[in-house]
Ligand binder design. Structure first.
Ligand SMILES: *Cc1c(COP(=O)(O)O)cnc(C)c1O
Length: 795
């Protein structure tokens, strides 16, 4: 390694000269990539040797998504090489930022859930904790989004480059996963056990990614499985060609979130591949007896997608290691813990019994027995039929994965206080009463190393100049900024950084999407997956409202605002796609109206992903966190924006509640109904949006404009939207909350009138955001659930 810029330059030039004589950007990228990987490899080996030599308990985070974003620049940051490399390259006439842009981010996730897994990996390694990830290596990550006539189109994303493949592939560690087949009883010396005869084998090949902790000390492993055709004999009863076709496809693509499509059997195959391959890998040649798994291994399942780890671990212990049921169950339920991410009924995973029965016959028998034994114990406790039904894992021919996950794990957590309380009091009330000590809260977090240090180096530098560098290691020290929240020179510096980040975003948008934005306007940013509950519809309806006012009230001339949107809709989610079309259509109407465009501008950023988020978030002044209260389990975008000094306009939902608690409601724009009110309305089915429309001329007019298509010049068919608001009774309470939302926006304009006061509020948000670092979240998991010890320093 090198310690100075000069040394780096020498190193780099030698390498580049080794290959070809000219230094194109691509070659610079390759060289830098290789160099970083060599540095990483050294410490990676050392970390692995430590894990072997002094086996301490290890955590494995099972997740169907890891939305890691670009890695080159982040690795340089975590290795503390970023500045040296940047300056060295500058002197060689190369721009590091341009080199970084050559990396395609692997889209191995849909949104928050996958990004959380990535933030957790970063925090585990950075806190020097022995924690690794297991996931899948989808050939085609999440689709690339383009707009054609305002409609979302989806192109496959090919992110894998052959040259990066070779290093990561661990072909000697491949395992075989069994699908289909017949369960046979075998009576051996150790008792009765079961084998699977004539299964269809699929080979799972691991690809390893290094997870570089802060200061490059601990380097953990993210192991991603890829499905391949097995060399094992094929059962004579099945059609070979179909099988080869299918297995080669298991890890071909990432399933879109909220996917409503059929062909979900592939998704089930993915879930089992993840669980079976990872568990086989963990128990390959353990350095401890299987009876001691819980003392040596903790497994966290990220939502229910990896819940098959429960019956799969039971299968391995009983069938492969000849343990009895009770002992296997005791081990399993002391090893696995579960994180719940949603209470939306449609997102609660359920599988048809017959599907699992035919694809995974042995796993089905185990789930059935777990259910049977659990029900028996409940009956013995004298539970009512109603409670029994709610607590059953199998009900009316379907397997309820959330119940399986709760019953089979030792700890269950929600991801923000409000969400955990709703789980305990409503959605999982009976389960919580049955297992009163299982449920706990772990409010989500984000890694400040990506979302502040990497994404906003200018702000990070200002913070360090102001309070010293200790916040980098201890992000809760950001609260030391409080004493500068009224310091005029600091506030001016903050404003200058914000302005710079706005201009950088503008430059980027102009270059990539040919969009021109006024840097003096208020940057109001709404970025997240498109979903009814996230209420992008309410935002665009409010803009329609503003448009009408500007047109018809000549005294209403508000300060210029740019409304940014970013996000993808699941390809089969027609309502969400209609909202995307509506935003694009209204955008061209607003942006082309000579009067209105002086005040309102709409920018819809194509293909929202981690990389785009890193450009958008540092430039944000207003953060839209406007979900229907009770629906957003936590949110993490809200935290990233807060940490970068954006002010939140938001409902009392998810982690917003805790953010407001930290920063004080006077430093945010809180609006809308509370979770209890919403849930009351839902219970009584007493909300009737027609009454609102009839009693409110402004809303009535907007609805007419939509229904007749006049407002949008016939360019959209708003049927889906009108239907949801009327026939479906506005399930996300858009019309109910919209006036309260509009009032909060009025308050924003008033506050923005006083730039120093605005800056003060921004700084208070940054100062209060430290607790939302995922370092805090991970430390809490470790203390309360996993019980890990720090890896000794290798430096
Ligand atoms: C943080 C993040 C999310 C989650 O955003 P929410 O606002 O919490 O839904 C989704 N996608 C990307 C790319 C992110 O970085």
């Amino acid at each position: 390694m090198f310690s100075s810029k000069e040394e780096f330059k020498k190193f780099f030039m030698n390498r580049i000269a080794d290959k070809r004589s000219q230094k194109s950007l691509e070659m610079a990228f390759e060289t830098l990539w290789e160099m970083t990987h060599e540095w990483i490899q050294e410490n990676w080996n050392r970390t692995n040797q430590l894990y072997e030599k002094e086996p301490e308990k290890q955590l494995y985070y099972f997740s169907i998504e890891f939305l890691i974003g670009r890695v080159l620049g982040q690795n340089l940051v975590n290795l503390n090489f970023y500045d040296v490399v940047k300056e060295g390259l500058d002197e060689l006439g190369l721009k590091l930022s341009e080199i970084e842009e050559l990396e395609d981010e692997p889209g191995l996730g849909n949104g928050g859930l996958g990004r959380l897994a990535a933030c957790f990996m970063d925090s585990l390694a950075s806190l020097a904790l022995p924690g690794h990830g297991y996931g899948l290596r989808y050939k085609g990550g999440l689709f690339t989004q383009h707009f054609v006539n305002g409609n979302q189109t989806e192109q496959p994303t090919k992110w894998i480059k052959e040259k990066n493949n070779a290093d990561a592939r661990q072909k000697d560690l491949a395992v075989e996963v069994a699908y289909y087949g017949d369960v046979q009883l075998v009576v051996g010396t150790a008792g009765v056990k079961r084998t699977i005869e004539n299964p269809v084998w699929v080979k799972a090949v691991p690809y390893d990614l290094p997870i570089v902790g802060a200061n490059g000390g601990t380097i953990n492993t993210l192991r991603l499985w890829q499905a391949e055709v097995s060399e094992r004999p094929f059962p004579s009863t099945k059609d070979h060609t179909v099988y080869e076709h299918e297995t080669a496809k298991i890890t071909d693509r990432l399933y879109p979130d909220d996917s409503l499509e059929s062909g979900k059997i592939l998704r089930l195959k993915q879930q089992y591949l993840l669980c079976s391959a990872s568990l086989q890998d963990l128990l390959r040649n353990p350095s401890f007896p299987v009876e001691e798994i819980p003392e040596n291994i903790a497994i966290q399942i990220n939502d229910t997608h990896p819940a098959l780890a429960i019956p799969e671990l039971m299968r391995i212990l009983i069938d492969d290691h000849s343990l009895g049921w009770e002992q296997a169950w005791d081990i399993t339920t002391r090893t696995i813990s579960y994180t719940n991410h949603t209470i939306l009924t449609e997102a609660m995973e359920k599988w048809d019994c017959h599907l699992i029965q035919s694809l995974l016959p042995r796993i089905y028998l185990i789930i059935e027995e777990i259910d049977l034994r659990f029900k028996e114990s409940l009956q013995n406790q004298g539970k009512t039929v109603d409670v029994l039904r709610k607590l059953s894992i199998i009900e009316e021919g379907v397997i309820k994965m959330a119940v399986l996950a709760v019953v089979g794990s030792y700890k269950v957590n929600g991801v923000a206080k409000l969400h955990t309380n709703i789980l305990k009091k409503r959605e999982m009330k009976e389960l919580n009463e049955q297992f009163p000590n299982k449920f706990h809260n772990k409010t989500n977090g984000i890694t400040h190393r990506r979302w502040l240090i990497k994404a906003n180096p200018e702000l990070s530098e200002l913070i360090t100049e102001t309070i010293g560098a200790r916040w980098v290691k201890e992000p809760e020290r950001l609260d030391e900024l409080h004493s500068f929240a009224q310091n005029p020179s600091f506030l001016q510096d903050f404003q200058a950084v914000k302005k710079l980040k706005k201009e950088q975003l503008i430059y980027h948008l102009q270059r990539d999407q040919n969009i021109v934005v006024d840097s003096a306007s208020i940057f109001d940013i709404h970025i997240k997956r498109f979903h009814g509950y996230k209420r992008q519809l309410m935002n665009i309806l409010h803009i329609q409202m503003l448009y009408n006012r500007i047109k018809h009230d000549s005294t209403y001339r508000p300060y210029p605002r740019t409304f940014f949107f970013g996000g993808k809709a699941a390809p089969t989610y027609h309502f969400a796609k209609q909202v995307i079309k509506m935003i694009n259509t209204i955008a061209s109407k607003v942006n082309n109206d000579p009067l209105v465009r002086e005040h309102l501008h709409i920018v819809f950023v194509e293909n929202y992903n981690v990389t785009q988020a890193e450009y958008l978030i540092p430039a944000a002044e207003v953060s839209e966190q406007i979900s229907t209260a009770s629906k957003e389990a936590s949110g993490t975008g809200n935290m990233k924006l807060m940490m970068n000094g954006a002010l939140t306009i938001g409902t009392f939902d998810g982690a917003n509640v805790e953010m407001f608690e930290q920063v004080g409601e006077e430093n945010a724009f809180v609006f809308g109904m509370r979770a209890e009110e919403i849930m009351q309305y839902e219970k009584e089915k007493s909300y009737n949006p027609k009454e609102i429309i009839e009693g409110d001329p402004e809303i009535a007019k907007m609805m007419r404009q939509l229904a007749t298509g006049k407002f949008t010049d016939g360019k959209i068919n708003a049927d889906f939207i009108v239907e949801q608001l009327l026939e479906d009774k506005d399930p996300y309470f858009v019309l109910k909350d919209i006036h309260s939302y509009a009032k909060a926006h009025e308050k924003i304009l008033k506050a923005y009138d006083n730039p120093m006061k605005w800056a003060e509020m921004s700084v208070k948000n940054m100062a209060a955001s430290g607790i939302f670092s995922s370092d805090r979240t991970i430390q809490q998991y470790s203390d309360d659930v996993w019980h890990l010890s720090k890896v000794p320093s290798i430096h």
